[in-house]
Design a binder for this molecule. Sequence first.
Ligand code: NAD
Length: 496
Amino acid sequence: MHDKLYIDGHWVAPAQGGSADVINPATEEVIQKIAMATAEDVDIAVKAARRAFDQDGWPQLSGTERAGYLRAIANGIRARQAEIARLEVLDNGKPFPEADWDIADAAGCFDFYAGLAEEFDHNGVEPIPLGDARFVSKAVKEPLGVVGAIVPWNYPLLMASWKVAPALAAGCTVVLKPAELTSLTALELAAIADEVGLPAGVLNVLTGTGSTTGQAIVEHPLVDKLAFTGSGPVGSKIMAEAARDVKRVSLELGGKSPFVIFDDADIDEAVEWIMFGIFWNQGQVCSATSRVLVQEKVYVRLVTRLVEETKKIKIGHGLEEGVLLGPLVSARQHAKVVGDVEKARAAGADVLCGGQRPEGFDRGFWFEPTILANVPLDSEAWVEEIFGPVVCIRPFQTEAEAVALANDSRFGLAAAVMSKDETRAERVAAAFRAGIVWINCSQPTFTEAPWGGYKQSGIGRELGLWGFENYLETKQITRFQSGEPWGWYIKPQAGA
Ligand code: NAD
């Protein structure tokens, strides 16, 4: 089924029969072929999702009934967790323990939204106190409709789950387009949905390129909402196009997140969290803390330790034992990271370690974990997302200076601070202009907590209750309950 599209409960070949190779980024070998959907396939899928929403009764099921399907999907993912994680490694390149974590998280996401769907049976209606006793009013939350979900390649199944699980829980139907580089586990999700008997048309999975398949979803007039995770330029284009039909949009875009380390922090703990904040998933993480600011007094000591530990990272194929860094996802991403580091060098940055293809890794898209110092504040490396295992590090003197440097970005996805002084850490957390703030750590992500960015890092929030609200409309229902006539046009007859 990996070379088919999942539309209206069936595995089908694309109308125009196109396909593309799936490449293992560790070996550059072709491991699969996937179908390339065109606008024709998108039209069939959107119409199936429309019918499932408008006629087949998916939104009318109780939250508890929908939760039954979501829990079954969660169990289906868990039953094949190792197999799906292995597929993610081959498709994306990430080390197996990371993939295994992602897949467990994806299952947990379906369970979490099953819980919210069940609660929705009791809390989907809110009475509205009115200042006029002749009326009673309530606010009713209702599913929004057909959702076009478009996701990136860095956390293939997890990013799909962050959208599909809350959308289905809320009673929406979905047309999902995974990234063309990493589509295999989204197709596995479709297979699991099929196995558990999810009604036809409720979830459709179409593989294909952004410019053809994605664009057709974005433009389709029968899609009510676009839920997108990906790059800023594509997000901004989607938002502009959605404006034409006033489609709802939620966008999770890029970042250039700061990590401020004060001089009272434990050096080893700081080094550990800096590494986790930038080398996990080869740095291909939207919230990666890629700008590290270290208070002057401990700067040299910390940087020395960081370089020492970074050099020990085991690079290798994601299925090898003990590997902590795999290849980048594609030749294009590799070329981008190589180019970004070259530009940083040309701008005057010092490469403290890494900065090149590791020795002995001639095939595949490998890049060493890299630390850049003395990066000019106006250089691309400091300002733009590299989306690779590359961290920029610089010293600061005062708290005010650190906060100003941290916030000096058009992005505002995440930020982190480390200090033993809790009051100071909380003060800095409050001053950060970012949607996700970590204190004394970087990156841990929880299904229960809101996820999304300030400024150009996006619009709307995923995860938690906020992620569920993304897929709901609010309807006001007001009833006139007075025994007296309204009497504006038709005056009550005297003595009547
Ligand atoms: P991308 O924008 O190139 O692609 C994302 C998805 O959009 C893919 O499925 C792609 O096929 C599709 N797409 C591309 N052009 C399209 C178009 N014109 N119309 C419709 N769909 C289109 O991004 P990417 O390179 O896959 O992912 C990396 C980016 O994603 C980074 O910038 C990263 O920061 C961001 N990201 C953000 C988050 C978050 O939660 N904020 C999470 C992961 C990744």
